[in-house]
Ligand binder design. Structure first.
Ligand code: CXF
Ligand code: ZN
Length: 365
């Protein structure tokens, strides 16, 4: 079928709208009509780094309505309202224990721009187009995806706003609620107050953290963090020594830290702010080749843990419905992070996000 897609054509170039051909779904595939799609920083990293060689269709926070399903699909049916998330195999050693985000075949299923057999779902005339991004490539009117990418959305939830649960929100909230599993009364330092960092603040409040410190240069985001439950905010532009600023609040250091900034110097400063046995979770993408922060002897001496986190350790079938319940109960007001734009304004929306005019962009089809 013909679909309308926003095509990444190379670093530094705007997305171009093109009519492409999308395959019919195979027996294990699902065709979704995209209703809305969030823009995640990873989309920009992949576009600018040409990590899937252009032309390519990115997008991995889709939401929509199932249009048709392959013969072996049982989880969803045409007409179902669905949120889309990352793809996992469902039968490896990690998936078997609920660690879908660390699926043994995560890179192949999500980042290579094609099906695992090398075929493409998308073509521009005869030219193959990179697709299958996170098993969806949802910067398009329609996407081919898989059962494990999909979670049904109850009728009372706004389908237009739900896409970011599938990556940014679950990464932030899950990072604190699942990966770090911060316990009630604990202290947490969050660096970076974008959609992931602010979702982490909401997650920390849900967990009952006693001290929630957010480091973020934009005043409006710091104010929002306070509304979501941050007990302290720090403007890094006015704070030459981040480690000292955190220790001025908690002289013994923080129990947990969560970096969404991807700034090596910030990550380094966080290590100095950890309490003994403190755990530091990292989701911010650093420049290639950046070494692990900290000093090995200090890590050993103080019993520190530095851990990478993907998708907040989410098992989407379990965690996304849990997040939807938290939203319904007013505990996870992620809708307040979102500004919607028409799909046709993808370039303008990304520029607005880049300039800090909005926190989370969601494109409406
Ligand atoms: C990212 C996390 C860093 C590696 C690439 C994928 N996940 C979501 O955006
Ligand atoms: Zn993402």
């Amino acid at each position: 079928m013909d679909v309308l897609a926003a095509v990444a054509t190379g670093a530094g170039k705007p997305f171009e709208f093109r009519t492409l051909t999308l395959d019919d779904p195979r027996e294990d595939e699902v065709l979704v009509r995209i209703v809305a799609v969030g823009v995640c920083h990873t989309d920009i990293v992949f576009k600018e780094g040409e990590m899937i060689p252009p032309p390519a269709v990115l997008g991995h926070e889709g939401s929509g309505i199932v249009e048709s399903v392959g013969a072996r699909v049982t989880k969803v049916a045409p007409g179902d309202r669905v949120a889309m998330t990352f793809r996992s195999c469902g039968h490896c050693s990690r998936c078997d224990r609920g660690d879908a985000a660390y699926c043994e075949t995560m890179p192949m299923l999500n980042y290579i721009g094609m099906r695992t057999d090398g075929s493409r779902t998308l073509h521009d005339g005869e030219t193959p187009v990179g697709g299958s991004f996170f098993g969806q490539s949802s910067f398009a009117s329609h996407a081919i995806t898989y059962e494990r990418n999909l979670v049904k959305v109850p009728d009372d939830l706004p389908l237009e706003l739900i896409g970011p649960l599938g990556c940014g929100i679950q990464t932030g909230a899950g990072g604190v609620m699942r990966s770090l599993a911060c316990e009630a009364g604990s202290s947490l330092l969050i660096t970076g107050g974008g959609p992931v960092g602010l979702s982490a603040v909401m997650g920390a409040k849900i967990q009952g953290c006693k001290t929630i410190i957010l480091v973020e240069p934009q005043a409006a985001r710091r104010d929002l963090a306070r509304e979501f439950g941050a007990t302290h905010v720090i403007d890094p532009a006015a704070t030459p020594d981040l480690t000292a600023a955190v220790r001025a609040i908690l002289p013994g250091g923080v129990d947990y830290a969560f970096d969404t900034s991807g700034v090596p110097a910030v990550q380094q400063a966080v290590m100095g702010a950890l309490a003994s046995k403190g755990v530091f979770g990292i989701v911010g993408i650093t420049p290639p080749g950046t070494p692990t922060p900290g000093d090995v002897n200090s890590i050993m001496t103080f019993g520190h843990t530095v851990k990478g986190i993907i998708e907040g350790d989410s098992d989407p079938d379990v965690f996304l419905p849990e997040l939807m319940d938290h939203w319904r109960a007013g505990r996870l007001p992620f809708d307040r992070l979102i500004q919607t734009f028409p799909f046709s304004q993808i370039n303008e929306a990304i520029a607005a996000q880049h300039h800090g005019d909005c926190i989370k962009v969601v494109l409406l089809m």
